[in-house]
Design a protein around this ligand. Sequence first.
Ligand SMILES: *[C@@H]1O[C@H](CO)[C@@H](O)[C@H](O)[C@H]1NC(C)=O
Length: 219
Amino acid sequence: MGTSSRRHAAFLCLLIVLETFSQVSANAEGDALNALKTNLADPNNVLQDWDPTLVNPCTWLRVTCNTHNFVTRVDLGDASLSGQLVPQLGQLRHLQYLELYNNNISGVIPREIGKLKQLISLDLYLNKLRGHIPTTLGNLKRLRFLRLHHNYLSGHIPMSLTTITTLQVLDLSNNQLTGPIPVNGSFGLFTPISFANNSLEYPLPTTPSPSPLPSYNAP
Ligand SMILES: *[C@@H]1O[C@H](CO)[C@@H](O)[C@H](O)[C@H]1NC(C)=O
C-alpha cells in the first residue's frame, strides 16, 4: 500500500470513529441503558440486542418508547439479571415503568431514580438490594405502584414517601427496615401488610391507653 492510500484508509477510519461517536453521544437514553447493561450480568442474554450504536434504544427488546422516541418502559422482570443498578437511569426522564422485579440485582437503589418525574411504577421487588430507600423517591409525584418487597433494604422509611398523593400500591414487606411506620398523607391507605416482616415500629395509638382491666374482687 502506498503512503497516499494508507493516509486515505486512516482518514476513512477516523470518519467511521467520528460518525459512531456522534451517534452515541446524541443518544443519551441509549447510553444510560447501555450503562445499565454493562453493569449487569445477563446469563440468559435478554440484553443481547441492546446495541448502543443504533440511533436510539426504541427497537431494543424489553424497551418501549413514546412517539417522540423517548423511553417510557423498561421491562426486565424475571430475567435472571445480577449486578447493580446505575445512576444513569436518572436520565430516562420520560420513563413511566421501571420493571426489574425477580432478578438477583444487588447494591443500592440509586438516588437518581428520584429524577424520573413521569414514573408510574417502580417494581424492584424480589432482588438483593441493600442500603436505604432514597429520600428522593418522594419526588416521584405520579408514582402509583412502589413495590420494593423481598430485598435487604435497611434504615427508616423516608417521610417524603407520604407526600406522593398518587400512590395506590405500596409493598415494603420482607426487608430490614427499622423505625416508625409513617401514618400521614398517602400512608393512611396502607395496611400492615405493606410493612410486614421488617423491624418497624407500629404507630402508637392516638387515644389514651385503656385503663387496667377491672379486678373481679373489687368491692
Ligand atoms: C439468583 O441466583 C441464585 C444463585 O445463583 C439462583 O439459584 C436463582 O435462581 C437466581 N434467582 C433469580 C430470580 O434469577
